[in-house]
Write a protein that binds this ligand. Structure first.
Ligand code: ATP
Ligand code: MG
Length: 282
């Protein structure tokens, strides 16, 4: 495998919002100037502040940021479940703010339908889009087997552990027909070994069949392993503090996590995250 270049870490980050990219194709996702506040009993809480970000076609992009900084809220806005107070969301150059059904979305809580079996939950997105081709059930069965859910095809969600439900919800997003996939901490409930296996499958699958992905995680190593770019969010109200291009060539394998360049980036991102968390405590 080729080694990553040994350029200094300071050269990687680009500060502020990402204005350098002038791709000839419209972005798979473009979030532009999004702000949002929630009002509860007359108390206004600003949650997102002027967030602009892009996911190019077939690009894997991650968001990291302190708990409560508005990451899931941003996904709700992109998915059309919440409306922003300011700003817009476009997909493939089309303005879509507030519209639903355009993305494959795995929410932070697995949100499986309790009255559907695991297999039927996994197949749901394809069914809704009328895109359940020949072999879809068999493909879903093979995936359930791969992620350790063999024998649970006909079980109902309440019969599964939290981590098993999370894997089923992940498969549902993975097998959905939409080109843009939003994953909100998809592996947070998994033990370290299962998490690492799921990361490997996601990486292999994405490299074989590239979709556009926006991925939220608290795990910096996971973000570095999977992403082409990472947006680092500030504490609430969330805004983009740093945009970091990840230089490692693809296909990527877990070995890169031992390289000096990887460790350097990991340290830099961890320092930024710690600073934000400390600011939040003051
Ligand atoms: N529907 C809502 N009504 C009122 N407040 C909300 C609503 N949704 C989210 N919030 C508030 O917005 C803030 C951001 O929440 P959000 O879930 O987006 O954070 P997050 O970055 O995803 O955090 P975590 O990393 O813990 O998942 C929190 O203070 C939360 O209480
Ligand atoms: Mg969240």
């Amino acid at each position: 495998m080729s080694q990553p270049s040994d350029s200094p870490v300071q050269e990687q980050p680009v500060y502020g919002t990402d204005t350098r990219r002038t791709s000839p194709l419209p972005a798979a996702l473009e979030v532009s100037g999004v702000s949002k506040a929630f009002t509860h009993r007359r108390k206004v809480t600003p949650v997102l502040n002027n967030v602009s970000l892009r996911v190019e076609p077939q690009e894997f992009v991650s968001i990291v940021g302190p708990s409560g900084c508005g990451k899931s809220t941003l996904f709700h806005i992109i998915g059309g479940l919440e409306t922003p107070d300011a700003g817009t969301v476009s997909m493939n150059g089309r303005l879509l703010t507030g519209q639903r059904g355009e993305i494959s979305y795995m929410p932070q809580q697995p949100a499986l339908f309790p009255w559907r079996t695991i297999l039927d939950n996994v197949l749901l997105a394809g069914e809704l889009k009328g895109a359940l081709g020949e072999g879809a059930r068999e493909e879903a069965r093979q995936w359930l087997d791969k992620v350790g859910l063999a024998g649970f095809e006909r079980a109902y969600p309440h019969m599964l552990s939290g981590g098993m439900q999370q894997r089923a919800a992940f498969l549902r997003a993975l097998l959905a027909p939409q080109e843009l996939m939003l994953l909100d901490e998809p592996f947070s409930a998994l033990d370290a070994l299962t998490r690492s296996a799921m990361q490997r499958w996601l990486l292999e699958l994405w490299e074989a069949n590239r979709r556009s992905v926006l991925f939220i995680t608290h795990n910096i190593e996971e973000a570095l392993l999977l992403s082409s770019r990472i947006y680092v969010f500030s504490g609430r109200p969330g805004s983009i503090l740093h945009t970091v291009d990840i230089p490692f060539p693809r296909p990527r394998r877990e070995e890169i996590t031992d390289s000096p360049e990887f460790l350097k980036l990991k340290r830099q991102l961890s320092d930024w995250m710690r600073e934000e968390q400390e600011k939040g405590r003051k």
